[in-house]
Design a protein around this ligand. Structure first.
Ligand code: ADP
Ligand code: MG
Length: 249
């Protein structure tokens, strides 16, 4: 289970998509699940799939019934939630995709959220690799998506703000013990050499990726990153990071 987090716009979604792609290439026959945990979405486009439904749709339906005091129907719905989550999975030959959707509505529905999180964990158990394109903060990953991940990958550009976000999330993540191993992918560096002088707060540097002109043009055209050539900086950097994490050989 690999989760990505970091400030907005640093490349989490792009890196997540290329991680999925690299796992598909390097681990044939393994079951791979990509989870879009960011309400601002984007992973579906980067992976060239269309969303079927989100976990939040299920939650909203339940809340609507509960608010209307249709208790029996609401309970029935929760019983069906597991099947609905499996129905929401988009399956391709190479990987599956699941979207979490928008954050919870106002009000406390913690028990519903906990229940859905347990169901996501049950779904994830059917896969060999799970890649989560997270929101900016680890609290969300912990609260909404997963109890614990194996690899937490922080993504940042060279900006002070990007690195501050990483250090803050890392402090929280350590307290909550949400990961086994963590590391940093620096992305969109104008000069990869600047990586040497950045303060990563003691975290391991997994890869330093430069500005990749092809990624930009794919983004503008809304093209899937699955078709990016292998020798581009993003693909090479992600491969190096997965090797450093000993996820692939
Ligand atoms: N290495 C890179 N080189 C050039 N552009 C990049 C690179 N990585 C990401 N981008 C671009 O940066 C923007 C933000 O990337 P995205 O993956 O959506 O970030 P996040 O998910 O962290 O918000 C997108 O337009 C994307 O195409
Ligand atoms: Mg994103």
């Amino acid at each position: 289970m690999i989760a990505l987090c970091g400030k907005g716009g640093v490349g989490k979604t792009s890196v997540s998509a290329v991680i999925v792609r690299t796992l598909c290439q390097s681990c044939p026959g393994k079951r791979i699940l990509a989870i879009d945990g960011d309400p601002s979405v984007g992973l579906a486009t980067a992976l060239g799939v269309s969303e079927k439904g989100t976990i939040n749709d299920i939650r909203e339906d339940f809340i609507r019934l509960a608010d209307q005091r249709k208790d029996a129907e609401a309970i029935e719905m929760l019983h069906e939630a597991r099947d609905r989550i499996f129905d929401s999975l988009v399956e391709t030959d190479a990987f599956s995709f699941l979207a979490i959707g928008r954050p919870e509505s106002a009000g406390c529905y913690c028990s519903v959220n906990d229940y859905l999180r347990d169901l996501i964990t049950i779904v994830a158990d059917h896969f060999d690799y799970v890649v989560i394109d997270g929101e900016a903060g680890i609290e969300q990953i912990n609260r909404r998506v997963m109890e614990k991940v194996n690899h937490l990958v922080f993504v940042s550009d060279a900006s002070r703000k990007g690195l501050d976000v990483i250090r803050t999330i890392d402090t929280v993540a350590k307290e909550l013990v949400v990961y086994d191993k963590a590391g940093v992918i620096l992305n969109r560096l104008h000069d990869p050499k600047v990586a040497e002088n950045l303060d990563l707060g003691g975290l391991e540097l997994l890869a330093a990726i430069g500005e990749d002109p092809l990624v930009q043009s794919y983004d503008i055209e809304g093209k899937s990153l699955l078709t990016l050539p292998d020798d581009t900086p993003l693909c090479q950097g992600v491969r190096a990071a997965l090797q450093k994490m000993e996820i692939i050989a």
